[in-house]
Design a protein around this ligand. Structure first.
Ligand code: MG
Length: 285
């Protein structure tokens, strides 16, 4: 079979048409509806979010000073053992979206209309491009300047610990080469997603004066239905804004998975339907 001979003008037009198709497809991908868009835009671009986070670290500093001065004060009363008052003080902070800003990764998910995967997340972590939250480096260094230890309890995986350590050190966070203060998921056999076993390791040797996180699981057990989580929140009301400081994170967290029973095998459409059905809705008359 012989192909029809195209004039130079026709070839140019065909190339232009293909380019237009390619650009249109790319544009469609970059503007596809994505549930993460507003949350990512707010957390990455708004001054309202930055001011909120900065305010939370200002509150954390005040609460840290208060708790440091009161030897009976502990953020983990259920995990501390008798005599904890004489232990050296420590602060426990979560990493992602508490002191570390991963919004370029979230923006990648939005722009290419894709979902989180452990593969792309690990590639991103290994790139060491994570930034610090406003006020986070100053807060962490304030804690250590007062003689307290700061522990970073993160659900980043152990295989990504070295890259995380380097990234955080270059951002100016105080990193300890003698004590294991960067505690990653899977680093020890019983260090799973639930952070209680790691909190217990710290509470065995330190008086935990303050905790900072962006997810219920950074403070206590986050599991259960939205109703059970509400009860957990209420049962811990004395901690909020006192020795437990919660950062805002509308992008992801146990609040989202609770709305569809933690069933990540559901399709995106099914998860969205369950999230919508979890909303309380005003009905116009
Ligand atoms: Mg976090």
């Amino acid at each position: 079979m012989t192909l029809p001979k195209l004039s130079a003008r026709a070839v140019t037009m065909t190339s232009a048409t293909l380019l237009t198709f390619a650009c249109t497809a790319l544009h469609a991908e970059e503007t596809a509806p994505n549930d993460l868009l507003n949350a990512t835009l707010w957390m990455q671009n708004s001054v309202e979010y930055k001011a909120n986070v900065q305010g939370m670290f200002a509150l954390a500093k005040i609460r840290f000073d208060e708790a440091l001065a009161n030897k009976d004060s502990t953020a983990l009363p259920e995990l501390q053992k008798s005599g904890y008052q004489s232990l050296p003080p420590a602060v426990i902070v979560d990493c992602d979206e508490t002191i570390l800003d991963n919004n370029v990764y979230e923006a990648y998910l939005v722009k290419y209309n894709t979902s989180y995967s452990s593969k792309t997340w690990s590639q991103y972590v290994q790139d060491k491009v994570t930034e610090a939250m406003p006020g986070a480096v100053e807060f962490a260094n304030y804690v250590t300047s007062k003689g307290a230890k700061i522990f970073y309890i993160t659900n980043r995986k152990h295989k990504d610990e070295a890259a995380t350590f380097d990234n955080m050190q270059s951002l100016g966070f105080p990193m300890d080469s003698k004590v294991d203060t960067l505690m990653t998921k899977g680093e020890q056999q019983d260090w799973g997603s639930n952070k209680t076993s790691r909190d217990q390791v710290v509470a065995n040797q330190y008086r935990v004066v303050l905790m900072v996180g962006d997810n219920l699981g950074d403070f206590t057990d986050p599991s259960g239905s939205p109703e059970q989580r509400l009860k957990t929140y209420q049962a811990n009301s004395k901690h909020w804004g006192s020795d437990w400081i919660m950062m805002p994170n509308p992008e992801y967290g146990s609040f989202e998975s609770a709305a569809f029973g933690g069933n990540w095998s559901l399709s995106g459409e099914e998860r969205r339907a369950q999230k919508i059905s979890a909303l309380k809705v005003w009905q116009p008359k």
